[in-house]
Design a protein around this ligand. Structure first.
Ligand code: GDP
Ligand code: MG
Length: 581
């Protein structure tokens, strides 16, 4: 036994170290639920073998334990509210006390050496006790004896509880079908056993280990003075053999105190914790993978958003054409009117008028430019207002993107990946919102107007200063018209004027036309490129805001991959232990 113990002690130490490692991985990822589970597994490795009796109230848990021990140590048939969790263990002398709300009884019973027997009240009793059983005793059980009463079928709440024990905690479960004495005949009993086993198999998909017993007959047989001495591993003393055999208790005692011998108990304990650890590893891996998938999805969304952002910018630029084309057609009308004006002006009969430069200028102003420039001014104003709105829309789309990202995956709890992600996105979003507020309409509009001014000044060679564009255009063209038509003044007095006039007229029309065309091209291209520069600035701000998120994903991904590898290593070691058990 010593060698066996040494071997198992080594395994227990190894498991504890592995659990420690697993725990630190899980802690870094802040999955509180897992951490608690891992802790419970580790602690249980050091505890005595723990046999926990579970079942609904009055199914006969206490009676069975009493029957096993051959003595009514636990109160039977008491009310649910006065029942309490009782832990039975070996002690050199009999002793009872309360600790942490639980009742402890030590008895000098050899068979209890190395084990705890936990008697629980019905799990359908008080919520508080139910919690304690499910959170404290089931996790630390090495085997669960689930007691069902023969008088009724398995209930839905029993099924849920068994699922929790078997599936959440992977515990070994032995079903005790108690009170078989109430069944009349042997056939009826067989029918009941088959039915109960069949139901359990149907629900849980595995053949249940089911022992039919009657605590009542067992204790009666042991207590009856007329009994004969029975000496087996399970029981030493006197009992009425007929009652004892009908009670089915022999099989239970045999299993509990013989099959579950010292080595088997250790093996079962280690096997249980190994299996649970493996399932915890798998669960952790699943969570890690879930996070990695989330990151991939987030990164993809981010990429899509960047593409969409570029698309939106292009769209805004494309839409700006409705404004620039309007400006173009305004100026083309202006050009047509101007050419017509020159055509009519530079004629022999107008020679005298042509000498009056100021008159020509005034006439040009009123007939040709005034209306156009007023409208041009309005067009520019409309474009500026629209550009501001568009810039905000770009920002808003980014803010909406962040909002949607959070809504899609709200953070649970105060720590962990989801929380960090949400917090970061939230910070980035609010920074962007602040930047959105800072978009200065005056600056944006100013930029566009300035670029338009620059174009006018460049093409027409006027000093604009803070002059309105329209006024600048009017004054520039007025002097231009004076210049290009004024040449005629000098020759007007010449007799040959009528010969020269047609060419001068053509030249003047051409010069005017070219000037207007150049103005159109310059104006449109400088306003357009200014708009693009402004949009690029906003785009850059948005792209910059994505950088912390990208870095976060990169760091998280690295961390998660590392964790996955570490846990794979831990899993491998647990699997080795399991195979060698
Ligand atoms: N007929 C019959 N009654 C039993 C048997 N075992 C327990 N009882 C009765 O069922 C009631 C509840 O028993 P108890 O052990 O206190 O149930 P617990 O609440 O599960 O601990 C008591 O009145 C017992 O006398 C049994 O094998 N046969
Ligand atoms: Mg009880």
């Amino acid at each position: 036994m010593q060698i066996v113990n040494e071997r198992y002690s080594k395994i227990i130490l190894e498991e504890k170290a592995l659990l420690e490692l697993l725990s630190s991985e899980v802690r870094a990822l802040s999955y509180e639920g897992f951490e608690k589970k891992i802790k419970a597994v580790g602690e249980n490795l050091e505890n005595l073998f723990s046999i926990v009796f579970i079942g609904e109230f009055s199914t006969g848990k206490s009676s069975i334990i009493n029957a096993l021990l051959g003595e009514r140590i636990l109160p039977e048939g008491i009310t649910p509210t006065t029942d309490r969790i009782t832990i039975l263990r070996y002690g050199d002398v009999r002793e009872e006390h309360d600790e942490n709300g639980n009742h402890y009884i030590s008895i000098p019973e050899e068979r209890l050496k190395g084990v705890f027997i936990v008697d629980t009240p019905g799990t359908n009793v008080t919520l508080e006790q139910h919690e304690q059983i499910t959170h404290q005793f089931i996790p630390r059980a090495d085997i669960v004896f689930f007691v069902i009463g023969a008088e009724r079928a398995v209930t839905g709440s029993e099924v849920r509880l068994i699922r929790f024990i078997k599936e959440d905690w992977l515990k070994n479960v032995v079903f005790l079908l108690n009170k078989i004495d109430i069944v009349g005949s042997a056939e009826e009993l067989k029918g009941l056993i088959d039915y109960s086993a069949g139901e359990l198999e149907r629900i849980f998909n595995i053949k249940p280990f089911l022992i039919p017993v009657s605590a009542k007959l067992a204790i009666q047989s042991k207590e009856s003075g007329s009994g004969v001495a029975i000496e087996r591993e399970g029981f030493q003393g006197t009992a009425s053999p007929e009652l004892y055999s009908r009670s089915g208790m022999e099989r239970l005692e045999e299993y509990m105190f013989k099959t579950l011998g010292e080595e088997e108990r250790i093996r079962m304990k280690i096997k249980g914790s190994t299996e649970l650890s493996l399932s915890l590893c798998a669960e952790t891996q699943k969570t890690l993978e879930g996070h990695l998938n989330k990151i991939s999805a987030d990164k993809e969304r981010l990429g899509n958003f960047e593409t969409r952002l570029e698309g939106m910018k292009e769209e805004v630029l494309e839409n700006s054409k409705q404004f620039t084309e309007k400006i173009r057609s305004r100026l083309l009308e202006f050009k047509a009117r101007g050419i017509e004006f020159i055509d009519e002006l530079i004629r022999f009969e107008n020679v005298i008028k042509l000498i009056r430069k100021d008159r020509v200028a005034r006439e040009f102003e009123s007939k040709v430019s005034l209306q156009t420039v007023k409208e041009l001014e309005k067009d520019l104003d409309a474009m500026v207002a629209w550009a501001e709105r568009s810039s905000r829309t770009l920002m808003d789309s980014a803010i909406d993107f962040y909002r949607a990202s959070i809504q899609q995956e709200p953070a649970k709890g105060g720590t962990g990946f989801s929380y960090d992600r949400t917090r970061l996105i939230d910070t980035v979003r609010s920074e962007l919102e602040a930047k959105r507020k800072q978009i200065d309409p005056a600056t944006l509009g100013g930029n566009l107007v300035d670029s338009a001014r620059g174009a006018v000044a460049g093409v027409l060679g006027v000093q604009i200063g803070s002059l309105a564009i329209g006024a600048a255009v009017v004054s520039a063209f007025s002097s231009l018209i004076v210049d290009i038509t004024g040449i005629v003044t000098a020759i007007a007095i010449m007799a040959t004027a009528f010969v020269i006039l047609p060419k001068k007229r053509r030249d003047a029309m051409k010069e005017f036309g070219t000037k207007v065309d150049t103005l159109i091209e310059e104006l449109i291209s400088s306003v357009g490129s200014q708009l693009e520069r402004d949009l690029d600035t906003i785009k850059m701000q948005i792209l910059d805001s994505l950088i912390p998120l990208k870095n976060f994903y990169k760091a998280q991904q690295k961390k998660l991959f590392e964790s996955k590898k570490t846990i794979e290593g831990i899993e491998e070691k647990f699997a080795q232990i399991k195979n060698n058990l």
